[in-house]
Design a protein around this ligand. Structure first.
Ligand code: SF4
Ligand code: SF4
Length: 475
């Protein structure tokens, strides 16, 4: 821990009490109430940093991974195809995407019911980027006290270069973030080459500028305001919490009565609990709350206050864990219960959705056929006296390579096919084919005959078939 951490004596006279707005009371949009987050080291902060790095690296590297002659992860909106390594999702497969969103939702419900808001504290992009921005702030403007003094100082060369360097670093990270994000939708090489050679389309510039400003604003200026006032998850999490959900909690019984004392003093003799009221847990909190006031919706379960308090307990020679990941039941001395109906329910639905998704992805069709009947006339009689129906076939090659497709009809005897019956379709292309089918009226047992159009092809040595039902009309 930096700065005041070197204080050896926590008696009232030696402590530096610094204004830190309480999230629940202060006007968070007033710049005077901005939170100066103090750096902290410890188990949970180091875990959060590592998870942040992993998430960031994934985000940056994924659009650069190749898969054949295309980008491995590419949400191609122009052609309405989502590529995720070997899997290509077409608009017709949107149920797969819906299943994916449901998996994400139930995973969030499951994890939140069990571990509280760990998503917010460890992997939410808002938290990851905010802590990256705070890291730059700390390196360029100094530790918490220095930053507070710098902001109160009149403008000088020192203040100017530090502020300029910080905002330049923030803007560069924001630009990198925006370009990486756009690279998931437009090939990354194009984005980087065209943006810097001023050849990108207006849409690319629009999204790059928008996401740059959004990242800069959210992680640089808005920070906890996003979590407290704008994030819907903070609002509906209460519905998932129960008394066995893991929260960051302060052990009131052990900590109170709080109060300063020297390290050598016996707290019991002074009538004090273990909290020395050093304020470190408040100073390291990215949302500016005091966890000693109990569970608050502003708490993102980041664990920074646990690390801060543990370091204080260590220095005082007290047992760690005055603030810890715990449950309301544990704090009240009631035995915690892991398996409860809500958690089991979310777990069962989540597992089922994952299995459905795996099955559906493994059985995704590589060819699709759509039939459109001629709406102008039900049937015609051709020059040979045969009954003729006209159709438009749309055949979609959903694979990554060109294939030859054969077509035939089931449910009609001795029919004549007018039009090509074998076609070549390029990778990812849709072929629109107008055809006619004619049959001797004696073959028709009723005015409307149910028929199936069948398309077959060979994919990786296997015969693949797509079928679409239609009707053949006769006299
Ligand atoms: S109270 Fe503790 S866990 Fe909650 S947001 Fe603040 S520092 Fe993080
Ligand atoms: S809870 Fe811990 S970190 Fe917070 S004021 Fe008390 S002793 Fe200090």
């Amino acid at each position: 821990m930096s700065e005041e951490s070197s204080n050896k004596d926590y008696s009232k006279a030696n402590r530096i009490k610094i204004h830190q707005p309480d999230a629940s009371k202060a006007d968070r949009f007033n710049p005077r109430n901005r939170i100066y987050v103090r750096a902290v080291d410890g188990l949970w902060s180091s875990l959060r940093r590592r998870m942040g790095w992993i998430a960031m690296l994934f985000f940056l590297i994924l659009p650069w991974l190749p898969w054949g002659d295309r980008q491995a992860v590419w949400f191609n909106l122009a052609e309405q195809k989502f590529h995720v390594f070997g899997l290509t999702i077409w608009p017709q497969d949107l149920t797969l995407l819906a299943a994916l969103f449901m998996i994400a939702a139930f995973a969030l419900f499951f994890v939140t019911t069990y571990l509280g808001r760990v998503w917010c504290g460890y992997t939410c992009p808002q938290t990851v980027w905010t802590f990256i921005f705070i890291w730059f702030e700390e390196k360029l403007e100094g530790a918490r006290n220095k930053r507070m003094k710098l902001d109160q100082m009149p403008w000088s060369f020192d203040k100017l270069w530090r502020k300029t360097a910080k905002h330049t670093a923030w803007l560069l990270i924001s630009l990198l973030t925006a370009m990486t994000f756009v690279s998931y939708f437009v090939p990354s090489r194009e984005v980087y080459l065209e943006v810097f050679t001023l050849q990108a389309s207006g849409a690319v510039y629009f999204w790059v500028i928008l996401f740059t400003l959004a990242t800069y604003g959210n992680a640089g200026w808005m920070r906890e305001i996003m979590c407290i006032h704008m994030c819907p998850y903070a609002r509906f999490q209460a519905a998932m919490f129960d008394k066995n959900t893991y929260i960051v909690g302060y052990d009131t019984k052990r900590g109170e009565t709080r109060g300063p004392r020297s390290r050598k003093a016996d707290p019991k003799a002074l009538g004090l609990g273990d909290c020395i009221d050093c304020d470190l847990c408040v100073q390291v909190c990215p949302t500016g709350i005091d966890i000693r006031n109990g569970l608050q919706y502003e708490c993102i379960n980041c664990g920074a206050c646990i690390d801060a308090c543990d370091s204080t307990m260590e220095r005082m020679g007290y047992a760690k864990g005055l603030i810890s990941y715990t449950t309301e039941n544990k704090l009240e001395g009631i035995k915690e219960k892991v398996l409860r109906p809500k958690l089991v329910g979310y777990g069962v639905v989540l597992t089922a959705m994952i299995l459905v998704f795996i099955y559906a992805s493994a059985n995704i069709a590589s060819v699709r056929i759509d039939i459109i009947r001629d709406r102008n006339q039900l049937y015609t009689e051709n020059t040979q006296g045969m009954t003729e129906n006209t159709f438009t076939l749309k055949i979609l090659n959903k694979t990554e390579t060109a294939h030859e497709y054969q077509m035939h009809i089931d449910g009609l005897n001795n029919y004549k096919w007018y039009g090509p019956q074998t076609v070549q379709i390029a990778a990812g292309e849709v072929l629109t084919l107008p055809i006619s089918v004619a049959v001797d009226p004696v073959e028709l047992k009723r005015p409307i005959t149910k028929i199936d159009f069948i398309v077959t092809t060979e994919v990786n040595g296997e015969t693949v078939e797509a079928k679409q039902e239609s009707r053949f009309f006769g006299p």
